[in-house]
Design a protein around this ligand. Structure first.
Ligand code: FE2
Length: 506
């Protein structure tokens, strides 16, 4: 069935925005607004009631405002503006402990309510706080990692939305191990960047370190204007030994890879004592187990578990697992092959709010193909997200492989990524193998390798981005026919502002 292009495009844009965002740009200059900036005083009189006895009110098009006459249109605008401001202020009130008043800055699910889960990764040393994020109920875990420093205090890697609940989860750690000393935004990706400035403001004694290559779109604002506390924000040092946390961690920054409107880059840390590698988006693991954070609200899973709009499902572990499988496929492919999308008109006509009330009962697709096979193809090891494989890392393969080679030499047995499963039991060799897609040899048998059919949407997207000049053409795969030198010669190294794409030696 031919796709409804408007609906398909809308879905793609929304899901793309909510997912790995390396090619997505955003202007985060206002991410550090405090709720106070949106408050107003309801008792303040913005206007005076019209005096009906006044001869000045003879014209119905005029209103008396504080002894001044203004047009009816201006009056209506004031009322509308005041109402919207009031709604905005009410929307930012943090009533529940898991409310996040600034949710509207990047309105991703679960919107204002952002429940959190604390997990111990290394007893007495390392913890994580996980929330959910996504759009159209395609919600996946997003987490930060907190580590006790041997020199005292805590290091927070990729903060999440700083709710009162998060502060209460951190309080015992601060009490026992000392204050938050370092806050790292170890990526340029929006779903992490949007929370870092606000989090940093809650810990005024912490130093803030941001990944090189930050950008804003459509205006590429200078970094000091991107919403971080100016007096205590710096770039993460390029040399590991220059990092103030070097007693506990090795540090390595990948990229930035600069494209026309965006960038990709992230900084990974190796916690030597626990042999734990912290990454943001570079690798992840797809597993059938439903992440615990969905215990706080399984509705996104129940929404997506349906094969058709009118399928009625009970909330059971099996149904949640089915929903999780489809959420993962959505998040990684935006439009997996097993999905059949309806026309917008058809989706509205067939909506079933009596079955599921989310989005007014609209469920604009059905699952017809073999999504089990698609999901299985993603399992068996570490996975590099398809969007990174097909649109980003393959633009600069030599620089990617050089970075992977460097990290693969580190001594680790656990990887903690920002998304999906939390503690991944893999080594440096496994890490290196995950990037086989970028060479002629390809992925080793048994390792995650997305089905070609599921990559069709990304291929179409790539074509569009190439035609629009957003992406540079990818060089061929590294192998016998194409050497490092060939690839470097055919790669594009763009600059924007103070940042240029890193370039490896031939
Ligand atoms: Fe991410």
């Amino acid at each position: 069935m031919p796709l409804s292009m408007p609906l398909s495009l809308l879905l793609a844009c929304l899901v793309l925005l909510a997912s790995l965002p390396a090619c997505i740009t955003f202007t985060p200059a206002f991410v550090t607004f405090t709720p106070a900036s949106t408050t107003f005083t309801p008792s303040s009189r913005l206007y005076s009631e019209p005096d009906m006895a006044s001869p000045d009110m003879a014209s119905p098009d005029m209103v008396s405002v504080a002894s001044t006459s203004i047009s009816r249109r201006s009056y209506n605008s004031l009322v509308l503006g005041g109402s919207l401001l009031g709604v905005s202020a009410l929307g930012s009130f943090e009533v529940a402990p898991d409310d996040y008043g600034l949710w509207g800055v990047l309105p991703l699910g679960p919107y204002k309510s952002k429940p959190s889960r604390l997990t111990t990764i290394v007893p007495g040393t390392m913890w994580s706080i996980t929330q959910k994020f996504g759009i159209l109920n395609v919600q996946v875990p997003v987490r930060c990692v907190i580590t006790r420093l041997s020199t005292g205090g805590l290091l927070v890697y990729n903060p999440v939305a700083c709710t009162r609940e998060v502060l209460s989860l951190l309080a015992p750690l601060v009490e026992e191990h000392g204050e938050v000393k370092h806050v790292l935004l170890a990526t340029v990706a929006i779903e992490h960047k949007v929370y870092a400035g606000v989090f940093a403001q809650k810990f005024p004694n912490a130093k803030v370190w941001i990944n090189p290559g930050q950008y804003a779109f459509p205006a590429n604002l200078p970094t000091p204007l991107l919403g971080f506390p100016l007096s205590r924000t710096s770039y993460i040092p390029s040399a590991s030994e220059d990092c103030p946390w070097s007693a506990d961690f090795e540090t390595a920054t990948f990229g930035p890879l600069i494209s026309r409107d965006g960038a990709y880059g992230e900084t990974v840390l190796l916690h030597r004592a626990s042999k734990t590698l912290l990454v943001t988006d570079l690798v992840q693991q797809v597993t059938p187990e439903v992440p615990e954070i969905f215990d706080t609200d399984p509705r996104p899973l129940l929404y997506h578990a349906r094969s058709t709009v009118d399928e009625v499902l009970e909330d059971t572990p099996a149904v949640r697992a089915l929903g999780w499988r489809r959420v993962v496929l959505f998040a990684l492919f935006f439009q997996p092959a097993a999905l059949k999308i309806q026309t917008l008109d058809g989706a509205i006509k067939s909506r079933r709010p009596d079955v599921n009330t989310d989005f007014a009962g609209i469920y604009p697709w059905c699952w017809e193909g073999d999504d089990v096979k698609s999901f299985k193809a993603l399992q068996g090891g570490l996975l590099v997200a398809p969007i990174l494989q097909k649109l980003i890392l393959n633009r600069n393969p030599v620089e990617t492989l050089d970075f992977v080679e460097k990290v693969a030499k580190w001594d680790f047995n656990t990887i903690v990524p920002a998304h999906l499963k939390e503690q991944l039991r893999f080594s440096g060799k496994d890490f290196k193998d995950a990037f086989g897609f970028i060479t002629e040899k390809g992925m080793k048998k048994g390792l995650p390798d997305p089905l070609k059919a599921d990559l069709e949407f990304l291929r179409d997207l790539e074509t569009g981005l190439l035609e629009g000049g957003v992406l540079a053409r990818a060089p061929p795969l590294l192998g016998r026919k194409n050497t490092r030198e060939d690839l470097i010669r055919q790669s594009v190294y763009e600059c924007r502002g103070e940042f240029c794409t890193v370039k490896s030696e031939p």
